[in-house]
Write a protein that binds this ligand. Structure first.
Ligand SMILES: NC(=O)c1ccc[n+]([C@@H]2O[C@H](COP(=O)([O-])OP(=O)(O)OC[C@H]3O[C@@H](n4cnc5c(N)ncnc54)[C@H](O)[C@@H]3O)[C@@H](O)[C@H]2O)c1
Length: 289
């Protein structure tokens, strides 16, 4: 016996109409349909920012991108094109005029902005190899300016386009709180970045703008590879993390979907770890001692 549809509407009678129904449903259920956001920090396909962009796009978000320098522009434009984005703009975060132009273009193209993903950090290679005690004033300044001040600067600019609230995400690392091999000045910059997340969250909360950080474990990206001993660090994290794996780009993207969407409506000023649980450890697993 076949059950009648409750509404009296004819039941889907073939696989085409069933597929149409599912597609319609999927469209309705996407968490970020109609939301628009800016992604800063894609260098290539392995970038955390790209992993996040893909997940946000899968959930229906419309994205714009910035890139640092023309060489990276040639990589970022085709990637953005794959997810239907042609709003791709140059911006070095040390260049005020470039940032002015990015936010002017966003203002005239979209009017408002729903979210920003800030996935940018920089330290001189020598400071990632030679410890912290010899860090020069000039290298310290550059590292903190690119890796921390830029979040404050971009949040100020973006929040002007968020009259009805929004979500801002940055990327940090556990080297902000615990000493990690060869992280040095970058650990200090990430500690400052996490402090900035808390102060920005508090200041912008009354305007409905949430500010959070995602803290992934070590990832095989261009920046990740610049840390001395990256391969061993990656393996150590993987073999000791409670989940016995590092997070994937898709896992990090999943956390970003939560933070950008209404699912994260009550979360701000938070550091969300996506590191297989590594940050809870005080020592390696017994089998690795
Ligand atoms: N790879 C890891 O292990 C790891 C772990 C935790 C957090 N993170 C953080 O994730 C973020 C993204 O890094 P990633 O690992 O995807 O590496 P990545 O090299 O793919 O991305 C870093 C990005 O920073 C950009 N950048 C650096 N200086 C800039 C400047 N002056 N102006 C504009 N852009 C600039 C680069 O162009 C690049 O796109 C960084 O904040 C990084 O610290 C990385």
């Amino acid at each position: 016996m076949t059950a009648e549809p409750e509404s009296g509407a004819p039941a889907a009678s073939n696989s085409d109409s069933a597929a149409e129904t599912n597609a319609g449903l999927a469209g309705d259920l996407r968490l970020l349909s109609g939301r628009r956001g800016l992604i800063l920090g894609v260098a290539n396909e392995r970038s955390i920012a790209w992993g996040i962009a893909r997940r946000l796009s899968d959930q229906g978000a419309e994205l714009s991108f910035t890139y640092q320098g023309e060489a990276l522009g040639n990589r970022v434009r085709p990637l953005a094109g794959r997810i239907g984005s042609n709003l791709v703009m140059p911006a070095d975060v040390l260049d005020d005029a470039a940032l002015d132009s990015v936010f002017e273009r966003l203002g005239s193209a979209w009017g408002t902005l729903d979210f920003v993903v800030h996935a940018i950090a920089y330290a001189e290679r020598e400071d990632l190899a030679d410890g912290i005690v010899n860090t020069s004033r000039s290298n310290f300044r550059t590292c903190l300016e690119v890796s921390c001040f830029s979040l404050i600067d971009i949040t100020r600019r973006a929040s002007a386009l968020m009259p009805s609230g929004g979500s801002i995400i940055t990327l940090t690392f556990q080297g902000s709180r615990s000493v990690m091999p060869n992280y040095n000045v970058m650990g200090v910059a990430k500690a400052a970045l996490e402090g900035a997340v808390r102060y920005l969250a508090n200041e912008l909360g009354p305007r409905g703008i949430r500010v959070n950080a995602i803290s992934p474990g070590p990832m095989r990206t261009l920046s990740g590879a610049a840390i001395g001993g990256a391969r061993r660090i990656f393996r150590t994290a993987e073999s000791n993390a409670p989940l016995r794996s590092n997070a994937s780009l898709a896992d990090i993207g999943g956390a970003a979907v939560f933070l950008v969407s209404d699912l994260g409506a009550g979360t701000t000023g938070e550091i969300v770890h996506v590191d297989g649980g590594y940050h809870v450890l005080g020592m390696p697993q017994p089998e690795n001692l």
